[in-house]
Design a protein around this ligand. Structure first.
Ligand code: NA7
Length: 533
């Protein structure tokens, strides 16, 4: 292995694997992937909590670059579970012989750009140093665990875990009193599974959340055949819509639809299940009154499912528009509150004050626990980038550059950090899109850009300040055209991490529109980027 490289890719999840393939096998570059985990998988390598499952359907949650791969791989369920995603990514890595270019168990702790040599110097936790012309972060959007600072945790006598750093050997909840903090997508997946074996499960809910049944099930042979036979068409759909999913958003408007018909459509969508519920009407994410019809429908469902009126009231007391926060989908989440061994605690009314040696204490008293599960989310999007101590021109750190929030061009490049590319960075559609679709577009754009530079004898690319400012305005305008910023405590805004600047981070203008913008910029000779020889 050489430490003097054309490209370093940080991370070996969906993004890093495909970026490696693009650069090494298509362009013939010398590429090294550095990965903190002991295997491929990225976000899925770490998120092994009970019930961990993707909320995109399996036939869309995969690479589309290889017809052969798509034809040979067979998903077993409607939504892929974490272990199956790991098998898939290992299959991809083996099929394309990617692992020989990945250094596992290697965390990047620093990267510094040297202007004189136009090289990046990358340091690892083992004290090794690599140098490279291009540096590409493929570090994921949800890979920095957010463990809230609650006093007393160090003295807790039991075991505690964050869902995003789950032990590989698993956790046995049998006969244990478990406290789980958080009712986002993760908590909503984990709660029904943990409740099955725990002696008692206490759920600490700060913000009530919507959820729609996933209606997960094994895929029938007919469904598997259908997906394979129609792969090209499904790909076309995924590449032509806003969210990269293999379904289109309805053209119907909620408020223009008679109430009875609207209810029937919501019922049908609820029965079908999954993220497609959000696509029942076109105006759900842009018109609060339209959104209210969906929100009310789900609240009524919660109140029908949950038998104890007080618990039902707490679960349905939701303070934001439906889907303004990431909308979870579930398997028997609300039904779980009908179990005798599950208790819901309202920590909005009485916040958690401290962890005691034997449990969790709120203003209202102490709840005993042998195990605490933090389903408290992530320092999303910027967290994974900022913890690496990246320094651009003149040693200026990314942390200082982004002190007031992330600023970049297309979510791909940052002024002051030449030849650094960020896959699914803030300012790109990323988490508002089916991730593999967003990732493939970015990896291909980056390798197309590097190929162009080689053909033209160019050495350096950097986002220009005016283009970055204009892009940030577009990102803001796209978010403000939707109801998304109305969920004022969402991780899209950075509001879940104390002290983090509140900036709506992902680009909400839609993946198809974004793809077109990126293509136009290339056609206009990489408008907005400074390319130098
Ligand atoms: P989320 O969606 O950020 O959810 C985290 C949950 O943890 C949410 O209910 C938070 O309440 C709660 N939380 C966080 N800190 C605290 C404290 N200090 N006290 C009480 N409750 C707290 O993370 P997930 O892992 O569920 O999902 C992340 C993404 O992964 C998801 O959107 C999918 O894209 C996959 P809050 O709402 O902030 O009041």
């Amino acid at each position: 292995m050489t430490n003097d490289l054309d490209a370093i890719v940080i991370g070996a999840g969906f993004a890093g694997l495909y970026q490696l393939l693009c650069l090494r096998d298509r362009l013939g570059l010398s590429v090294q992937v550095l990965e903190a985990g002991e295997g491929v998988g990225g976000t899925w390598y770490w998120n092994r909590y009970p019930g961990a499952r993707c909320d995109s359907e399996s036939h869309g949650y995969c690479y589309s670059f290889s017809e052969e791969l798509q034809q040979e791989w067979e998903w077993s369920e409607r939504y892929p579970g974490q272990p199956e995603i790991m098998r898939y990514l290992n299959h991809v890595a083996d099929k394309f012989d990617l692992k020989r270019s990945i250094r596992f168990d290697t965390r990047v702790v620093g990267a510094r750009y040297d202007e004189a040599s136009n090289r990046w110097h990358v340091r690892t936790d083992a004290g090794e140093e690599f140098n490279t012309k291009f540096l590409i972060t493929a570090v994921g959007c949800l890979s920095t665990a957010n463990v809230p600072k609650i006093s007393g945790l160090d003295d807790f006598g039991g075991d505690w875990y964050h869902t995003g750093q789950w032990p590989h050997e698993g956790v046995d909840f049998t006969g244990k009193r478990v406290g789980i903090i958080g009712t986002g997508s993760t908590g909503i997946q984990a709660i029904p599974v943990i409740a099955q074996t725990a002696a008692h499960l206490t759920v600490f809910q700060r913000t009530a959340n919507y959820s729609v049944p996933a209606q997960n099930a094994p895929l029938t042979p007919e469904a598997k055949r259908y997906f394979k036979d129609n792969m090209a068409e499904l790909r076309r759909v995924m590449h032509s819509n806003a969210n990269g999913q293999p379904f289109m958003v309805s053209e119907r408007m909620a408020l223009a639809t008679p109430a009875e018909e609207r209810m029937a459509l919501y019922e049908a969508a609820w029965e079908k299940g999954g993220l497609e519920f959000r696509a029942t009407f076109q105006d759900l994410l842009v018109d609060r009154a339209a959104n209210d019809t969906a929100s009310d429908f789900i609240r009524t469902k919660i109140q029908t499912i949950v038998k104890d009126p007080e618990t039902a009231a707490l679960l349905s007391d939701i303070d934001h528009p439906y889907a303004a926060k990431r909308p979870p989908i579930d398997t028997h989440y609300f039904e779980t509150y009908n179990r005798d061994n599950v208790t819901l605690v309202n920590v909005k009314a009485a916040p958690i004050e401290r962890i005691t040696p034997t449990g969790i204490a709120t203003r209202n008293g102490e709840y005993p626990a042998d195990i605490i599960v933090f389903a408290t989310g992530f320092d999303a999007m910027t967290g994974p980038m900022l913890r690496m101590d990246i320094r651009g021109r003149d040693g200026v750190s990314l942390a200082d550059t982004w002190q007031a929030g992330p600023r970049n061009y297309l979510g791909l490049q940052i002024e002051g950090f030449p030849n650094l590319f960020t896959i699914t960075g803030p300012g790109s559609p990323s988490v508002l899109c089916n991730m593999p679709v967003a990732i493939e577009q970015h990896a291909e754009w980056i390798s197309g850009c590097i190929a162009h530079m080689r053909e033209q004898g160019l050495e350096r690319i950097e986002a220009m300040p005016d283009a970055s400012d204009a892009w940030m305005e577009q990102v803001n305008a796209a978010a403000n055209a939707t109801l998304l910023p109305q969920a004022t405590h969402s991780w899209y805004l950075g509001a879940n991490v104390p002290g983090k600047p509140r900036i709506f981070m992902p680009y909400a203008g839609g993946m198809a529109r974004y793809r077109q913008i990126c293509a136009e910029i290339v056609a206009n000779n990489y408008e907005g980027f400074a390319l130098t020889g």
